[in-house]
Design a protein around this ligand. Structure first.
Ligand SMILES: [Zn+2]
Length: 300
């Protein structure tokens, strides 16, 4: 690698940073060797964290001459990769300044932050660090291409993408709902209760089941038994199980797929059939989403 921090000096947003890194390292392979990249960019140490209750940390002087990244030794390797990328963002982003004792300390909730109010400067830094981590580990030009394969959204595809990019399924979920053509939402469930919901707000409607609420008994998760680690069939479900369906409105066709995981965790993928005019046959019906995308681009 040849990229240096001088090459990145003008990049002030997470997206610009990733763009510049790839401009200088066009041969960077997937999965991105995040630790090598850190060392190339003046991170001198990557080591386990001793302070309990934190997922990651960065030690760096105010002038950010160099830095050391800390990670939670108990976390799975793929989550650790995301943490390391997140801490690298704190190091590279010119606007991210360490506390008076020269540290950033980040909790698990910081690693999941996707939105912050204008006034919350600290949380905004966490959101930016997460954007950087997602973009550097799942670079848009690659991920967008990979996600377009397959006719329908599918958890088996999500599992493959998580393997290919060497990220957790949850991290892959956030990029999946963003880049997949169809409206998709992914619900993270623990012991039958909704923990987090990932959806692209412009494409997928609000879920009527809120964070902390139990999953409906009519959901595929609870209607059938699920084998751990094996994605279920894709099953049509009454839209009212997950969405607010207004009286007199035609409900969308909603599909569910479940992946039961260890220790009571589960992923539920919700997808909506794009509305089609019933009188008209859809000429794109038999195409894969990649083919559909190509068609649309070529007809512009
Ligand atoms: Zn952080």
């Amino acid at each position: 690698m040849t990229v240096s921090r001088i090459d990145l000096a003008d990049a002030a947003t997470p997206e610009k940073l990733v763009l510049e890194i790839f401009r200088h390292e066009p041969d960077l392979k997937i999965p991105v060797p995040i630790e090598d990249l850190c060392r190339q960019l003046d991170i001198v140490d990557i080591m386990p964290l001793d302070t309990e209750g934190y997922e990651g940390g960065l030690i760096t002087p105010a002038d950010k001459f160099e830095g050391s990244i800390l990670y939670n030794r108990l976390s799975p390797r793929r989550r650790r990769r995301f943490t390391i990328a997140h801490e690298l963002a704190h190091f590279l982003m010119p606007s991210h300044m360490p506390s008076a004792d020269g540290r950033f300390l980040c909790k698990m909730s910081d690693m999941l932050a996707l939105q912050a109010g204008e006034a919350d400067k600290r949380l905004r830094m966490e959101v930016e660090a997460n954007r950087f981590a997602a973009h550097i580990l799942m670079p848009a030009p690659f991920f967008r291409k990979d996600v377009a394969f397959g006719k329908d959204p599918n958890l088996n595809q999500l599992i493959k993408l998580a393997d290919r990019y060497d990220v957790s399924k949850e991290a892959a979920s956030r990029s999946y709902v963003r880049y997949r053509d169809e409206p998709v939402a992914i619900v993270i469930v623990h012991n039958g209760t909704v923990q987090r919901v990932y959806r692209e707000q412009s494409k997928f409607p609000y879920l009527s089941t809120r964070q902390g609420a139990p999953v409906s008994a009519y959901s595929l998760l609870r209607r059938r038994k699920h084998e751990e680690g094996v994605a279920s069939e894709i099953d049509q479900t009454d839209a009212g199980v997950w969405l607010d369906v207004q009286r007199g409105q035609r409900p969308p066709q909603l599909y569910e797929q479940v992946l039961a995981q260890r220790e009571g965790y589960a992923l539920i993928m919700l997808s909506i059939e794009p509305q089609i005019d019933e009188d008209e046959e859809d000429p794109e019906d038999d195409l894969t989403s990649a083919q559909r995308l190509k068609r649309r681009l070529s007809s512009r």
